[in-house]
Every structure is written in C-alpha cells, then in structure tokens.
Design a protein around this ligand. Structure first.
Ligand code: FMN
Length: 159
C-alpha cells in the first residue's frame, strides 16, 4: 500500500491527527495552504464559517501531488460550520481521485460531523469510504482518540 494523507489545518489539531496517522501507516503527508491564510484570531469564525457555508473554493499555494504515486488517499479537515474547511474542497474539486482507495477524517470541537462526511462521500463518489472522527487532538491528547486513530489505520490498511 502506498498512501498519502492530504489535509488542511488552521490551528494544528488536524495536523496532529494527520501526523499520528501517517506514522501508523507509513504514509506521506500533504498539508494544503490557501494563498490567503485564514485568520487565527476571533475573525476566523466569521471568515472561515462564511466561506465554508457558501462553498467557496479558495486558491491554494502550489503543491506537489501525483495521483499515480498512490493507491490510497486519506483526506482530512477540521469541521467548519458543520462542513469541510474550504481548502480541502478546493483540492477535491481540482483533482481526479477516481480509482483510489479513499478514507476520511474530521477534527472537530465536538460538533456533529455527519453532514461533513456525507459531503466528502458525495464529492468524491466514494460512498463507502471509512471515516474517523476526533476532537481537538492537539489540545486534548485524549487516549480514546489516539486509540481511534490506530484502529482507523488498521481499517485503512485492510481496504
Ligand atoms: C471557522 C470555524 C468553524 C468551526 N465550526 C465548527 C463546527 O461547526 N463544529 C465543531 O464542532 N467545531 C467547529 N470548529 C472547531 C474546529 O473544527 C476544531 O477546533 C478543529 O479541531 C480545528 O482543527 P485545526 O486545529 O486543525 O484547525 C470551527 C472552527 C473554526 C475556525
């Protein structure tokens, strides 16, 4: 299996989960960066929430991704206004992931991520892709979430 984890993270929690998962899977990592970064102060909720709600696809800084190099692609995002963060939406729209084994993870503050996973399934066409849901892992370092990451990695290995 050759896997890559492609994700966006504003404040490090999704990044923390992605790196833990990468260690479990021996996967490559690609962190997406919008050309215009989202604010990290209180303005983030308005700016990020608005773009997520409107389905905006912000331009990304150049990145290197050759789909032919991978059979497995894991997409990760923070939960923004019950959906995916806009940079991941840009990535999904701009890349053909057809024929790849896909898996998804969402880092939230504890909210309901069902709508987000449904959108990821719909946009990629991977209706049965396995999903992992964790809560602010960098902040909480919750052992239950760490165990969930390991069990998700096992599921991904078995796809
Ligand atoms: C713009 C914005 C919207 C958010 N909306 C939600 C939400 O709807 N539900 C939720 O549980 N957490 C929400 N959060 C919290 C983040 O999903 C959560 O803290 C996540 O782990 C942050 O990941 P990061 O540190 O990788 O950026 C929101 C955060 C931001 C910045």
């Amino acid at each position: 299996m050759k896997a890559i984890i492609i994700y966006y993270s504003l404040e490090g929690n999704t990044d923390y989960t992605a790196k833990l998962l990468a260690k479990e899977l021996g996967a490559d990592l690609l962190r997406l960066e919008p050309v215009t970064p989202y604010p990290t102060d209180n303005k983030k909720f308005f700016a990020g929430g608005k773009d997520a709600t409107l389905g905006i696809e912000p331009s990304l800084k150049p990145y290197s991704f050759n789909a032919d190099d991978y059979d497995t692609v894991i997409l990760g995002t923070p939960l923004w206004a019950w959906t995916m963060a806009p940079p991941l939406k840009t990535f999904i729209s701009g890349n053909n992931l057809g024929g790849k084994k896909l898996a998804f993870f969402v880092s939230s503050g504890g909210g309901n991520d069902k709508k987000c996973f449904a959108k990821m399934h719909r946009l990629t066409g991977a209706e049965n892709a396995p999903c992992l849901s964790v809560v602010d892992m960098l902040k909480n370092k919750n052992p239950d979430d760490i165990a969930k990451v390991k069990s998700f990695a096992q599921k991904v290995r078995g796809m």
